[in-house]
Ligand binder design. Structure first.
Ligand SMILES: NC(=O)C1=CN([C@@H]2O[C@H](COP(=O)(O)OP(=O)(O)OC[C@H]3O[C@@H](n4cnc5c(N)ncnc54)[C@H](OP(=O)(O)O)[C@@H]3O)[C@@H](O)[C@H]2O)C=CC1
Ligand SMILES: CC(=O)C(=O)O
Ligand SMILES: [Mg+2]
Length: 767
């Protein structure tokens, strides 16, 4: 089978749109002359003078306190080696991205042309006024040890070489837990460490401090076993030299070993080596991107193994990503002058303990798993576990205070935990959760416009990700040509050409349409012609259970696309109309908008129907709906047909659905600002939190609002999500991007899952 072109995907991911992965975003208003006067000269002079009087005020008036420098010279980039500072930049930008999404820390990545210790140290030291902390990254041993030692001694902000200490913390926690599960004692285990670089040395020191005995640890570098008689070793490595004379090779060392730790290079360990290890072995193959031994090979070699890698695509990802965002978060929040041993050990224990607690459902969902629990395949928490920020950052901050390196004190730990949770926002999380939900039960999705590159590209992505099984409708030759021209891996995907005589279901579908519409003026001839239209054919496939969902609309207008689906499939029982909704991913979090696509000027009853449809669907996305019916007035403050309509609809909703959190008429700013609402309208049933579901009084306002937000507010629009159809049909916006199509396919799969669930419940009730 042809391999999907993932290398090209990775290149496109970095190159498309604005090149790279991060940008700088102003945090203050900049929209008037007055704003600019304050942001720059003359207003900026005021904070300058305050800071000149009291240097500590730099934390008060600038971004320093939340700004970390990720600094590398490119000499040991992942396991790729000394590839230079420019080539290390994607990794450092990636690290910046992770700092931001996991701990809301801003990062400048700095790639230095500085190989010698002196050059490197002088540059970084001079940067102290700018940053709240320094994360050294991918600097090779032994230079990295001296660089870090000097910077820690000579700087007054936290400095941490993450490959050393981040890795030591995470793998230390993993080792403690793995030993507990395998019934091994840290002070008894026999350990083989492959690699004697930054990560391996520092991890080994951590293991010794956790109880591993030095005489039970042997270490290898590229030239073999570290022994005292080797003349090429510096003092740091000589510390791990062994006097054992019975072993020379890695294979020999592995015989009877309890634990293998790899921080070296990919594919240097064989299944036979694992077979020679002691009972219940522990293998951490942490080289990136290729582990020392492939995960599948390792678990095939030993049934009793605990196997971990640095990668996210296998169980037990032992990777420093689990630590650095939260360690720096805790250190910054108490303005620590250093990241000391106490803070590191606190992080080890916080991470290890977290793995033993029950796993929140959203973590299972995020990883497409059903029952993650402490055990061989779950020795440490998953990177997407949102408890990490509260558990690890708080533990680190506490240890900083207790060990005397904090310059700020936290007393209200509950408030701090809430502050940490609020830092996470909820944006990409919603999309990630939707993808995970879709992957749990992928569905067959038929594409009416499969003869376009964008659709095929999206089909490739959802197929690769296990979100959906695509079915391609269209001219088979043309589709195959596009697949070939673009090196796509869709050869094994079903292609159907709906032209007469080219597919077996054609006549059956034509007869079905004819029967449904014969009293609405259609002839059999016309029905046959209609079925050659892929929107009719696709709708029939869904109606007849040959596909679970239909996606169309990329090249045709909305009305043309939706009409065949309405004729063939029709609307849901108990529902009076269809409606359209968008999930808007805004800088302040996700908000649902409706009706944005179908009903031009709904009556009060229609507005009630639309609200109910939307409220139910929002629930299906695992979000508790808080619904506001918007207008230009607040709870009767203005007369007019529009506010009157929203008001009446809310009254009916309150009567018919007393449990629904819904209110209106209300202006958008009040609906979205909980404080403003509480101050002015304390009686509102929306009080407490901002609304997350906005119902517009008519199509005009809904459509204009979402398009404005998309174009001017930088929001991502996921949709239009068509609600109320009997079976899943979703209509793309004309000219949607591949990302938008992928999002819609995900929505369609979830829709199919939910409809399947409802059908099953209905059939149980009937029985
Ligand atoms: N999972 C995680 O979180 C992390 C993983 N890593 C991974 O660990 C590896 C090392 O990183 P780092 O310590 O920063 O880099 P360094 O360059 O500092 O160290 C690499 C070490 O590996 C040794 N080595 C290379 N090839 C072999 C081999 N075939 N057999 C034995 N030893 C070998 C080198 O030997 P010599 O000294 O003789 O050159 C050196 O001691 C990388 O693959 C990196 O991706 C690093 C940090 C975190
Ligand atoms: C994960 C990491 O920091 C590395 O592989 O270098
Ligand atoms: Mg690294």
């Amino acid at each position: 089978m042809k391999k999907p072109n993932r290398k090209q995907d990775a290149l496109d991911y970095h190159a498309k749109g604005r090149p790279g992965k991060i940008q700088v975003v102003p945090t203050k208003p900049t929209n008037s002359q007055r704003d600019l006067t304050m942001a720059y000269s003359p207003g900026v002079a005021e904070p300058c003078l305050r800071i000149a009087d009291n240097t500590e005020d730099v934390y008060k008036y600038t971004a320093k306190g939340n700004l970390v420098a990720v600094i590398s010279n490119g000499t040991a980039v992942l396991g790729l080696g000394n590839i230079g500072p420019e080539a290390s930049k994607p990794v450092m930008e990636g690290k910046g991205l992770l700092f931001k999404i996991y701990a809301d820390i801003d990062v400048f990545d700095l790639e230095l042309n500085a190989k010698s210790v002196d050059d490197f140290v002088n540059i970084v030291k001079a940067l102290e006024p700018t940053f709240g902390g320094v994360n050294l990254e991918d600097i090779s041993a032994p230079t990295c040890f001296e660089i870090e030692r000097r910077l820690k001694a000579e700087m007054n902000i936290p400095v941490m070489h993450d490959d050393q200490h981040g890795t030591a913390i995470i793998s230390g926690a993993a080792l403690m837990n793995a030993c507990q599960i395998q019934g091994k004692k840290l002070d008894k285990i026999k350990m083989v460490v492959n690699g004697a670089g930054a990560a391996a040395i520092s991890c080994s020191k951590m293991y010794l401090s956790l109880g591993v005995k030095k005489e039970n640890l042997v270490m290898f570098d590229i030239n073999g076993l570290l022994t005292p008689d080797r003349t090429d070793l510096d003092d740091i490595r000589l510390e791990f030299a062994t006097n054992r004379t019975d072993i020379k090779t890695l294979a020999e060392a592995m015989k009877g070993a309890d634990v293998f730790v790899g921080l070296s290079a990919g594919n240097v360990v064989t299944p036979d080596m694992l077979k020679a290890m002691a009972k219940n072995p522990i293998v951490f193959a942490m080289a990136n991107p290729e582990p020392e031994i492939n995960y599948d090979l390792a678990v095939a070699a030993r049934k009793d193994i605990i196997m971990a890698t640095g990668r996210s695509d296998f169980p037990n990802q032992v990777n420093n990503v689990l630590g650095f965002p939260y360690i720096f978060r805790g250190a910054l929040d108490v303005r620590a002058t250093a990241i000391n041993e106490e803070m590191k050990i606190a992080a080890v224990h916080a991470i290890a303990e977290m793995a033993k607690k029950p796993v929140p459902e959203e973590v299972n969902l995020a990883y497409n798993l059903t029952n993650l629990k402490f055990g061989k395949d779950y020795i440490i928490p998953k990177p997407m576990d949102q408890r990490l920020i509260t558990e690890v950052s708080a533990a680190v901050a506490k240890a900083a205070i207790e060990s005397g390196v904090a310059r700020a004190v936290i007393t209200d730990w509950d408030a701090y935990a809430e502050e940490l949770r609020n830092r996470l926002g909820g944006n990409d999380k919603v999309l990630r959760n939707l993808t995970s939900k879709a992957k749990q039960n992928p569905k067959r999705v038929v594409f009416a416009e499969a003869d376009t590159y964008k659709i095929l590209r999206a089909a490739q992505i959802v197929k690769d990700d296990g979100v959906a099984q695509p079915i391609l409708l269209g001219n088979a030759e043309k589709i195959k040509q596009i697949i070939r021209d673009n090196d796509l891996d869709l050869d094994d995907v079903q292609i159907i050409d709906p032209r007469e005589g080219k597919c077996e279901r054609f006549e059956e579908y034509a007869q079905y349409l004819y029967k449904k519409r014969q009293r609405r003026g259609i002839t059999l001839l016309e029905a046959r012609k209609a079925i050659t239209d892929r929107n009719y054919y696709g709708a029939c496939m869904v109606q007849f259970g040959e596909a679970d969902a239909l996606i169309s609309g990329l090249t045709k207008n909305y009305a043309t696309t939706i009409k065949p689906a309405l004729q063939i499939i029709g609307i849901m029982d108990g529902v009076n109309r269809v409606a359209g909704m968008y999930l808007m991913i805004t800088p302040k979090g996700p908000v649902f908008f409706g009706d944005t696509t179908v009903n031009v000027d709904p009556t009060v009853e229609e507005l009630v129907d639309i609200t109910v449809l939307i409220e139910r669907t929002v629930r299906q996305f695992s979000v508790e709906p808080r619904v506001a019916l918007l207008s230009y007035s607040n709870f009767g403050s203005n007369d007019g047909d529009v506010p009157e309509k929203s008001r009446k609809a809310v009254k009916m909703l309150h009567q018919r659905y007393p449990d629904m959190i819904v209110d209106g008429d209300v202006q958008a700013n009040f609906a979205l600002n909980a404080n403003l609402l509480a101050d002015n309208f304390p009686f509102s049933t929306l009080n407490g939190k901002p609304a997350n579901t906005l119902i517009f009084p008519n199509l005009e306002s809904g459509n204009i609002a979402y398009k404005l937000l998309q174009e001017l507010g930088g929001a991502e629009a996921v949709g239009p999500i068509l609600l109320g159809m009997k079976k899943p049909v979703h209509v793309l916006q004309l000219g949607s991007s591949v990302r938008e199509i992928v999002n819609m396919i995900t929505i369609a799969v979830i829709d199919a899952q939910e409809k399947e669930k409802t059908a099953a419940q209905t059939s149980i009730k009937r029985k």
